[in-house]
Write a protein that binds this ligand. Structure first.
Ligand SMILES: [Ca+2]
Length: 231
């Protein structure tokens, strides 16, 4: 029993790692959903890999939905670390977000990103999404200007539980930090989502990246080892 638990702890430790998808391994026109790394939320739109000046990106398509959501199975379940993505938006009334700590059973998650409300003006926000899909903003404030066709990097960092510290960085500049002790979501899946308000936007995205906090990996592995050896 102990040996099995130890083996599991070691495998879990080895399984933890950073994740990056720069979408270069796909053929243009493919949906990343074909890869085991990604799951597309049913009922929403989709993204397809596209050429963009010698670089492969993903392009959003909203055939009959104002929503697109993808979860990154390749990044697995994690708690402390950061999730980031590059976005390029043409069109007002567009929300782009990274998702973290999505709970498998309740569907709750933390989100962080930008709302282009009237291009080039944006709001930066950190929020919580309920199981019914309602957004509650934990922070919102003026974001950087985002002219059509330019790229912005959105990064959400998460640390701890009770409270959970959430920090938003835009192009590596600190944009917001909040502490949540209301929802206290533990480790979960990560991903990204796009939503638009009225006019269909043109959205490109690239470089979805998860970087785990090294101390979190040590803590989790050490905790698992302790659990393996305790009666
Ligand atoms: Ca790329």
């Amino acid at each position: 029993m102990r040996i099995a638990a130890l083996a599991l702890a070691m495998m879990t430790g080895l399984g933890l790692g950073d994740f990056l998808d720069d979408f270069e391994s796909y053929s243009p026109g493919e949906d990343p959903d074909i890869s085991p790394d990604w799951s597309r939320e049913p009922g929403g739109g989709y993204v397809l890999v596209a050429e963009n000046g010698g670089n492969q990106v993903i392009e959003a398509f909203f055939p009959d939905s104002a929503y697109i959501g993808y979860l990154c199975d390749g990044a697995d379940i994690w708690g402390d670390g950061s999730v980031s993505m590059d976005f390029s938006v043409t069109g007002s009334g567009t929300l782009m977000t990274v998702i973290a700590r999505l709970q498998l059973f309740s569907g709750e998650a933390y989100v962080g990103g930008l709302i282009v409300w009237f291009q080039p003006f944006t709001y930066a926000y950190i929020g919580h999404v309920s199981m019914t899909g309602e957004y509650e903003l934990l922070y919102s404030g003026t974001g950087p200007t985002m002219t059509p066709g330019t790229w912005s990097n959105v990064r959400l960092e998460l640390e701890g539980e009770n409270p959970v510290t959430l920090a938003l960085y835009l192009d590596d500049q600190p944009a917001a930090q909040v502490q949540d002790s209301t929802y206290n979501l533990g480790p979960g899946l990560s991903g990204f989502a796009l939503i638009y308000d009225s006019a269909v936007p043109s959205v490109l995205a690239d470089n979805f990246e998860v970087v785990l906090a090294p101390q979190a990996m040590e803590a989790m592995t050490f905790g698992a080892l302790k659990a393996a050896f305790s009666d």
